[in-house]
Design a protein around this ligand. Sequence first.
Ligand SMILES: [Zn+2]
Length: 280
Amino acid sequence: MKVRFWGVRGSIPAPGPETNRYGGNTSCVSITTATGGLVIIDMGTGLMHLGATLMASAFGKGAGRAAILLSHTHWDHIQGLGFFPPVFVPGNEITLWGPGGSDHVLEGILEGQMDPNFSPLQTLKNFSASFEIRAVQVGVPFEVQGLTVTARLHPHGGTSALAFRLEEAGRVFVYASDVGYADGVPDAESIAFYRGADVLLHDTTYKPEDQATRRNRGFSAYDEACAAARAAGVGRLVTFHYDQDYTDDDVDGIVASCRALLAGTAIEVVPAREGDELAI
Ligand SMILES: [Zn+2]
């Protein structure tokens, strides 16, 4: 698997000179499989840039195939959808897997985003590509683009979000963003889900001192991500979903703090940064 970061910011896009190095786009990650398949996780504003890049490939000719895994439907995970050029090319086939419990409920939520009060697109039916919407069955492995995917629900403030465990030929990538553990302690079920991953991408939304006043928002501070990585014995921890108010220097500090917390372990800390690619 090759993982590429298109948006690494949380909650709302944060472009500007102080966020240029890590990037200001919201959550979007692509995975290219060993056999050339494409899986996209989350549809934040980073999806727009991924889409522009894809238009130079089969997606520009109406022959593209991709799967999208959607963790949850907060703005910073869906706002790129209407700006993803491949959906406007007839012949492309895109399947979206996400939360909601039923295909109908999930489609209704995403239709709401396209309502004329929010978007000139008016309805998902204006997409020219095939755009199939499927609700994930939590805990039941399924195949997308040659990867085996398992999803689980974790707490996210007043709601929940899906974490995804992707496996290909013995390699494991776990995407666990927007998770707010009860009392700030990663629970046993979460640790079991992350166990032995080659790469764990985990939100490091906050510094602990900022999270202390915002715990009900349902995000992790970097020390919780490190605790989860250590308990699960992962190979690499990817920091992700940085708070919109943090500058690049703040993110440098988060990454350095993670490295200090995990010093003496075999866990490598890799900061998610727009445009970077990671081989697993
Ligand atoms: Zn988010």
